[in-house]
Design a protein around this ligand. Structure first.
Ligand SMILES: [Cu+2]
Length: 123
């Protein structure tokens, strides 16, 4: 009886590992809200960035708001190397990042240790 139990647990673990490495993890995407020639978007930081891919409009001033819900110090900084921005994100506080009118393209950002990644797509 114990053997069957152990076998089932083992199979479940193998299944979980397969799912983790080979399963299709959905990447969250989001868009900015455009109001009168400005746009606003919020990114929630919790075990990564949500939305992980953010779509913005080109050529209008942008306000990004980051709110960190994750206590891990790993996500304490958010770094936009393309713009030379490195911001500290206090827990549960809105941190605003203002960006000038962006050019079309893809911009990556990451945590301070470059472990978690997010992306902005400007069109
Ligand atoms: Cu990190």
């Amino acid at each position: 009886m114990i053997k069957i139990f152990v076998l089932i647990i083992g199979l479940l673990l193998v299944g979980l590992i397969f799912w983790w490495f080979f399963g299709k993890h959905k990447i969250s995407t989001g868009e900015s809200k455009v109001l009168e020639n400005r746009q606003l978007a919020t990114v929630i930081v919790n075990g990564g960035y949500n939305p992980a891919v953010l779509k913005l409009k080109q050529g209008i001033p942008t306000r990004l708001v980051f709110n960190r819900k994750d206590a891990s110090s790993c996500l304490e900084h958010v770094v936009f190397s393309d713009f030379g921005i490195d911001k500290v994100l206090p827990l549960n506080k809105d941190v605003e990042i203002s960006l000038d009118a962006l050019k079309a393209g893809e911009y990556n950002y990451a945590c301070g240790m470059n472990m978690f990644h997010g992306k902005i797509i400007v069109k």
